[in-house]
Design a protein around this ligand. Structure first.
Ligand SMILES: NC(=O)c1ccc[n+]([C@@H]2O[C@H](COP(=O)([O-])OP(=O)(O)OC[C@H]3O[C@@H](n4cnc5c(N)ncnc54)[C@H](OP(=O)(O)O)[C@@H]3O)[C@@H](O)[C@H]2O)c1
Length: 252
């Protein structure tokens, strides 16, 4: 995919009004910030995450702020199978009868170690969450997205999606896979549909995932999830309707 750095990311209030957006991994880190800020710009968000408690706390915050009421969809994606994705599609159709965007954000690093010491179980978990799940959900939700005039699918990559790194084999393989999936899907959808497919690499962000992976780095030296929100929100908005098939790199 061609790399893209966004120069313009400012949005008018209400820029996401009436959009229904599914965000995976909405309970923490980047996904949590995105769910709150997308709601702030008018979107109705579907919050998918593992921890019900964290999802409920976020729901309360969004409602208390006076933003559109979100929906909660707790699911341990490590156990997600095609039927779970089909159930989610049915539930979104029943509740909203539309879907404007999916942000495939949930992710894990797994074990940071030499491949020879990486357990098969951990390998499978990382591939399941970071690669199989985006396929499963996209596959089940494409029919709903196809009914929307300007739909968008945003996959999350990382530096490791284009450059393998010692000790990060499962994560790197999963993110290379996402890049391949996104590129193929973009080519399938670019000419005859209104579905935009893009990737975003958030780079280095102060979240649990980053801090656990790099314990020697001072977390306060990293941008907070809120700092990178303009990139995500812009990509989801109609202002970005010409941006298709791009690997967006967050630069702040
Ligand atoms: N932070 C960075 O510097 C950075 C850099 C490059 C790429 N990324 C990518 O950005 C994305 C978000 O990462 P983050 O840093 O925000 O991570 P994070 O703070 O660890 O948040 C991960 C999110 O994924 C959810 N999740 C994890 N396992 C799950 C499961 N089994 N089922 C359902 N949800 C699950 C978590 O839910 P619970 O809280 O409920 O467990 C949480 O909401 C990931 O795809 C990551 O690869 C991050």
């Amino acid at each position: 995919m061609d790399k893209l750095t966004l120069n313009q990311t400012t949005l008018a209030p209400g820029a996401l009004n009436n959009q229904v957006i599914l965000i995976t991994g909405a309970s923490d880190g980047i996904g949590r910030a995105l769910a709150f800020h997308a709601a702030k710009y008018g979107a109705t968000t579907i919050l998918l995450g593992k921890s019900i408690k964290k999802l409920e706390a976020l729901y309360d915050e969004i409602v208390a702020a006076g933003y559109p009421e979100p929906a909660i969809h707790p699911l341990n994606l490590l156990r997600a199978e095609p039927q779970h994705a089909a159930d989610l599609a049915q539930s979104i159709k029943g509740m909203f009868n539309r879907l404007d965007a999916i942000v495939h954000n949930a992710g894990m690093v797994g074990q940071i170690c030499q491949m020879e010491h990486l357990s098969p179980h951990k390998w499978q978990e990382v591939i399941q969450l970071n690669l199989n799940v985006p396929y499963l959900l996209t596959h089940a939700l494409l029919p709903l997205l196809q009914e929307t005039p300007h739909a968008s699918i945003l996959f999350t990559t990382a530096d490791e999606a284009t450059q393998g790194k010692a000790y990060w084999s499962a994560y790197s393989a999963s993110k290379f896979g996402i890049m391949g999936l996104a590129q193929s899907l973009h080519q399938e959808l670019e000419t005859n549909t209104n579905i935009r497919v893009n990737c975003i690499n958030p780079k280095k962000v102060r979240t649990g995932l980053r801090v656990k992976s790099y314990p020697a780095i001072d977390p306060l030296s990293l941008p907070a999830p809120e700092d990178i929100m303009p990139h995500y929100l812009y990509l989801l908005s109609e202002s970005a309707k010409e941006i298709r098939g791009k690997a967006v790199e967050v630069e702040i």
